[in-house]
Design a protein. Structure first.
Length: 341
C-alpha cells in the first residue's frame, strides 16, 4: 500500500510529501456530475454503493495519497430529530432550527445505527481501493454542527448561534455535549468499519475569539479526541480562519492540525510545536491560477515545511466547483516531484 499519508500523520520519514484534497470527490469532476444528474446529494450519501463509487473517482483520476469517504458533515443531525434538506444553489437547510433549551432537550443522542450507511460505504470503498491508498473518515465538529442547526443553514455573522452561546450558556453546553457524544460514536463506527484515519472538520469555528473558543468549544472537542485516543488511527483536527486558535486547537486534541491559507505553514508549525503533524495549506482559489503561479506557491509551502517529517500537503479548505481538473492533476504531480527526498 502507498502509506505516505499514514507515515506523515505519525511524523515518520517519507519518500515525498503526501497529498490529498478536501472535497476531492465533487462538483469539479464530470464523473461526479454524472452521478449527481441522477441522484440527490442525500441519495448518494445514503446509498453505500454510490458513496463508495464517488469516493474512488478522484483516486482513479489522480495519483493522490489518500481517499476520503464521500458523506456530508450534517448527516448526524438527522437522527437527532432535525429535518435536513439540500436546496440547489443555496446549500443545506435545517427546517426546524434549534433556538432554545426546550429544542435542545428534544434532540436525541443515538448510538449511530441510523448512520450505518456511512460505515457500509467505508467497507465497500476499502474493498474497492484494494490497498492502493488509505481511506479517511470524517465528521463535523460540535461548533460547526451546532451553528448549522441553530442558524438553520449557512450564516455570515452567526447571530443566533452566539445569542444562545452568550445568553443561554447552559443550553449551549448541553447541546454541544450531545453533539460531541454523537460525533465520537460516529467516528468510532467509521474507524471500526475500516477508516484508517479520521478528520474532524470545524469549518466555522474561526468566527470565535480565543476566549470564546476556550470557554464554549474546547472541552467538547477534547471529549471527542479523548474518546477516540485508543482507536489506533491518526486523528486530524481542521478548522478555517483559525490562525488565532491554533494553540487551543492543539490543546483540544489531534495528531495532525489542518491549516488554512491565512497563515504561513512554518509560523503555524512553530506555534503548535514539534510533537504534532500539520496539513495544508494552499488557497483553493489558487487552483484557478496559471500553472506557473500554482508551482510557485506549492514550492513556497514545501520550502516552509522544509522536508520535516509530518507534513501532509492539502488545500486550506475544499476544492471549489469549476476548478480546472487539469490543474488538480498538475498540482498533485508538482507536490510529488518538488518534494522528492
Amino acid at each position: 500500500m502507498n502509506d505516505r499519508f499514514l507515515k506523515a500523520c505519525r511524523r515518520e520519514p517519507v519518500d515525498c510529501t503526501p497529498v490529498w484534497f478536501m472535497r476531492q470527490a465533487g462538483r469539479y469532476m464530470k464523473e461526479y456530475q454524472a452521478v449527481r444528474a441522477r441522484h440527490s446529494i442525500l441519495e448518494v450519501c445514503k446509498t453505500p454503493e454510490l458513496a463508495a463509487q464517488v469516493t474512488l473517482q478522484p483516486i482513479e483520476r489522480f495519483p493522490l495519497d489518500a481517499a476520503i469517504i464521500f458523506a456530508d458533515i450534517l448527516l448526524p443531525l438527522e437522527p437527532m430529530g432535525l429535518n435536513l434538506s439540500f436546496t440547489e444553489g443555496e446549500g443545506p437547510v435545517i427546517h426546524n432550527p434549534v433556538r432554545d433549551r426546550a429544542a435542545v432537550e428534544r434532540l436525541r443522542v443515538t448510538d449511530g445505527d441510523e448512520l450505518e450507511y456511512v460505515a457500509q460505504a467505508i467497507r465497500q470503498a476499502r474493498k474497492a481501493l484494494a490497498g492502493r491508498v488509505p481511506l479517511i473518515g470524517f465528521a463535523g465538529a460540535p461548533f460547526t454542527l451546532a451553528s448549522y442547526a441553530i442558524e438553520g443553514g449557512g450564516s455570515r455573522n452567526y447571530i443566533e448561534t452566539k445569542r444562545m452561546m452568550y445568553g443561554e450558556p447552559d443550553a449551549w453546553h448541553r447541546f454541544m455535549d450531545k453533539l460531541a457524544r454523537i460525533v465520537t460514536g460516529y467516528l468510532r463506527r467509521q474507524i471500526r468499519a475500516g477508516a484508517q484515519a479520521v478528520q474532524l472538520f470545524d469549518s466555522w469555528v474561526g468566527c470565535l475569539s480565543p476566549s470564546d473558543y476556550a470557554e464554549y468549544v474546547l472541552p467538547h472537542v477534547q471529549l471527542i479526541f479523548e474518546g477516540l485516543k485508543d482507536e489506533g488511527v491518526p486523528l486530524i483536527h481542521f478548522g478555517t480562519g483559525t490562525t488565532t486558535l491554533l494553540t487551543l486547537m492543539r490543546k483540544a486534541g489531534g495528531h495532525v492540525i489542518g491549516l488554512d491559507w491565512r497563515v504561513h505553514l512554518d509560523d503555524a508549525w512553530a506555534q503548535l510545536g514539534g510533537e504534532v503533524a500539520v496539513q495544508g495549506n494552499l488557497d483553493p482559489v489558487l487552483l484557478f491560477a496559471p500553472l506557473h503561479e500554482i508551482e510557485r506557491r506549492v514550492e513556497e509551502i514545501l520550502r516552509r515545511a522544509a522536508n520535516r517529517p509530518g507534513h501532509i500537503f492539502n488545500l486550506g479548505h475544499g476544492i471549489l466547483p469549476k476548478t480546472p481538473v487539469e490543474h488538480v492533476a498538475a498540482t498533485v504531480e508538482m507536490v510529488h516531484k518538488l518534494s522528492q527526498r
